[in-house]
Design a protein around this ligand. Structure first.
Ligand SMILES: *Cc1c(COP(=O)(O)O)cnc(C)c1O
Length: 231
């Protein structure tokens, strides 16, 4: 087995163990392999090991890889910040968008989703760490935003996503994931049929699974470290 296939198996084992610890079925947790900054050839190797869902952050980079790998049955997830002038390629080439944090973006994605494609699956990104600089809508804005997005014709609102600030404080990290899960229950209680909690990355997937994650987005632990300090 090659290196990437080994690390993919390692991540799957971590998810299975975390699910076991939480009394959950590992099959209820989808792994999205975050391939930003890595070439199409690396994605093809991980695909060959059975992985089907891949996440990308940058539109142009993703677009080139999607074109290069168009023969493979990949489910593409857009997980990066969205500029309003970049919504069209996202609406045309992705199956999921995890990082919707304002109505204007959702409206553009819905309007630009091609009629031949099924509805675009979206999650609302919530800022659960409270820093002014982070993307994601404020927790107190989520209910209104969710109901507005749920009414858009070419989108299917699936749930919530968060990227909490990294911290060594496991308890604090867990608290933030639980906050997202609580918001999700609040939305479900207000009549929205949501099934997705997208949270947990290489460093904290165990806490996310314990708090109810149904999608974990894992890059480094599969592909290795990315160039640059912030990745
Ligand atoms: C890069 C990224 C990930 C993956 O992070 P790792 O720490 O490399 O696992 C997950 N989610 C988002 C939104 C990202 O930008």
């Amino acid at each position: 087995m090659d290196k990437l296939q080994n690390s993919l198996q390692g991540v799957k084992s971590r998810i299975a163990e975390a699910a076991h610890q939480a009394g959950r079925d590992p099959r209820d947790i989808l792994l999205v392999a975050v391939s930003k900054t890595f070439p199409a050839a690396a994605i093809a190797q991980v695909y060959a090991a059975g992985q089907r869902d891949f996440g990308e952050n940058y539109v142009q980079e993703a677009f080139d890889k999607i074109a290069a790998l168009s023969q493979l049955a990949i489910v593409w997830h857009f997980i990066g910040p969205i500029q309003s002038n970049k919504t069209r390629p996202i609406a045309e080439h992705f199956h999921w968008v995890h990082s919707v944090d304002r109505l204007k973006i959702a409206e553009r994605l819905s309007a630009q989703r091609p009629a031949v494609s099924g509805a675009l699956n979206v999650c609302l990104q919530v800022n659960v760490s409270g820093e002014a600089s982070k993307s994601g809508c404020a927790p107190q804005e989520v209910v209104a935003l969710a109901h507005a997005v749920a009414r858009l014709p070419r989108l299917t609102l699936r749930g919530l996503m968060a990227v909490p600030e990294p911290t060594d404080d496991v308890h604090l990290q867990r608290t933030r994931f639980e906050m997202l899960a609580a918001l999700q229950r609040q939305l479900q209680g207000s009549g929205l049929a949501l099934d997705t909690l997208s949270m947990g990355m290489s460093g904290d997937l165990e806490q996310a699974v314990a708090a109810g994650a149904t999608i974990v987005r894992v890059g480094t632990a599969i592909f290795g470290s990315r160039p640059g300090p912030a990745g």
